[in-house]
Design a protein around this ligand. Structure first.
Ligand SMILES: Cc1cc2nc3c(=O)[nH]c(=O)nc-3n(C[C@H](O)[C@H](O)[C@H](O)COP(=O)(O)OP(=O)(O)OC[C@H]3O[C@@H](n4cnc5c(N)ncnc54)[C@H](O)[C@@H]3O)c2cc1C
Length: 431
């Protein structure tokens, strides 16, 4: 929505600029889900995405029950579900001790099969395309990298400078711009740090059915974990995580070098690990330094300066290691909760005018949102970090704890704690 409006708060420079009610920086899962959550209740927003089109990198995600509940709330889950297979369970084995464990996500009952926990592996691009398709035309502006953010005083509008020199002004700013968030750094929050671990991912699409069972399969080794998950009958996603090493700098930008290094690391892994890595097209193979920002219970989620009508969603707010497969899932939860918290106040806000009173109301909503997310995010960020360290344990003690104590105790109830969260619905219509 672009308006030419009267000067606001006496700031003459806004007169001839575009003034938006809500600008979202970043057109990934978080940005598009937030825009859709707002749209579903009649609120327009503008999404600024630095890429020239919807980003295809990232191969696939495991989407757990909590994500499907959020996608249900957004009204897109049923268009995705039929295309991706419900996983029957999780299988893990240790190359160090031979320990094996399987956990069923589906169980046989008198009435047939019952799903105990929804879990499907879906292509990242298909998820963001589905979200984007539901947005009104013109909501996403591509090739719009935000390089500078400025806010003169607490109740003034927020100005964004784009890389191409354009300026955009907004009343409300939502940063969904991932781990290197420019909105986060404007808010003064510390940048995400390297967790000291890396992830390699890839995806293969076969011409015929791959015949693999519908299991999330993982193998643990000394300082290393690798897994694969069928997305559809023909598509399989695989990953490997381990501690980062000095020589990683030599392979990180070259898919063929990443492939060779991966094959080297999994040479004694069972079938079909090596086959999947060999069959994956180079463009599907990627390398990522896993980032994290620790969250402690006594901390505010945003430990930077208070910023009124500016907030964060997704990786920008809570970068976490992917060991629980919850980064994107919890990002979808953020979008629903943020919209719900905003919804109650937006009814009473005069969005045409903008001043201290309006800003205070939005700030109240954003604080409520952060308050609601605090414990959930604290649990996920820290649990993922600990699980990652244990999974890739290279010391004898950690491997013993993993293979003899934690691994045997692993169950659906344990998974439910992280992955069966219900973030609720979008609630009342704003008009
Ligand atoms: C190896 C690995 C495996 C993972 N596996 C899973 C999994 O199985 N399940 C799961 O739920 N999660 C998983 N995740 C986490 C998941 O990828 C992220 O949590 C999720 O993508 C976060 O979405 P986001 O929209 O916050 O950020 P992003 O997906 O990073 O999107 C940010 C967007 O902002 C844009 N942008 C950035 N800066 C600017 C700017 N200055 N101006 C304009 N646009 C900008 C970017 O181009 C991008 O499109 C995994 C992550 C990794 C690294």
């Amino acid at each position: 929505m672009e308006n030419l409006r009267e000067p606001l708060n006496g700031n003459e420079e806004y007169l001839y600029e575009n003034v938006h009610d809500i600008v979202i920086v970043g057109g990934g899962v978080g940005g598009l889900a937030t825009a859709l959550a707002l749209h579903r209740l009649g609120v327009k927003s503008l999404v600024l995405e630095k890429a020239s089109n919807l980003r295809t990198s990232g191969a696939a995600f495991v989407m757990w029950a909590n994500a499907w509940k959020a996608l249900d709330a957004l009204g897109v889950a049923d268009s995705l579900r039929p295309n991706y297979r419900q996983l029957d369970g999780i299988r893990g084995s240790s190359n160090c001790t031979g320990m094996k464990k399987a956990v069923q996500l589906i169980k046989k009952t008198k009435g047939g099969l019952t799903t105990m926990m929804e879990s499907r592996c879906i292509e990242r691009i298909k998820l963001i395309e589905t979200l984007a398709k539901e947005l009104p035309k013109g909501t996403i502006r591509f090739s719009s990298k935000v390089v500078l953010i400025n806010k003169k005083n607490p109740s003034s509008l927020t100005s964004l400078k784009l890389e191409d020199g354009q300026s955009i002004t907004t009343k409300i700013l939502i940063g969904c711009d991932g781990v290197y968030s420019v909105v986060g750094s404007f808010m003064g929050i510390p940048p995400a740090k390297s967790s000291g671990r890396i992830a390699i991912r890839g995806m293969v699409t076969y011409a015929e059915s791959h015949q693999l069972e519908k299991f999330h399969s993982q193998v643990w080794d000394r300082g290393l974990r690798a897994g694969f998950i069928p997305c559809t009958d023909k598509q399989v996603y695989w990953f490997l995580t381990r501690r980062s090493q000095l020589q990683d700098a030599n392979i990180s930008g070259d898919a063929e070098k990443i492939r060779h290094a991966t094959l080297d690391m999994i040479h004694d892994f069972p079938k079909p690990f090596a086959e999947l890595v060999k069959a994956s097209p180079a463009e599907s193979i990627s390398y990522a330094d896993m980032k994290v920002r620790l969250v402690w219970p006594w901390m505010k989620l945003l430990p930077g300066k208070a910023n009124g009508s500016v907030t964060l969603v997704g990786d920008a707010l809570h970068p976490m290691t992917p060991d629980l497969g919850q980064g994107a899932c919890s990002t979808l939860e953020d979008a629903i909760v943020l919209r719900r918290c905003l919804g109650e106040t937006m009814k009473s806000i005069n969005i045409v005018q903008w001043g201290e009173e309006e800003e205070k109301k939005i700030e109240w909503c954003f604080n409520k949102y952060l308050q609601e997310r605090r414990w959930r995010v604290f649990t996920l960020v820290n649990a993922a970090l600990i699980i990652g360290i244990v999974n890739e344990g290279s010391s004898k003690l950690i491997r013993f704890a993993r293979d003899k104590i934690l691994f045997p105790l692993f169950s659906v109830s344990y998974l439910r704690h992280f992955a069966d969260f219900d973030c609720g619905n979008l609630k009342a219509k704003y008009s």
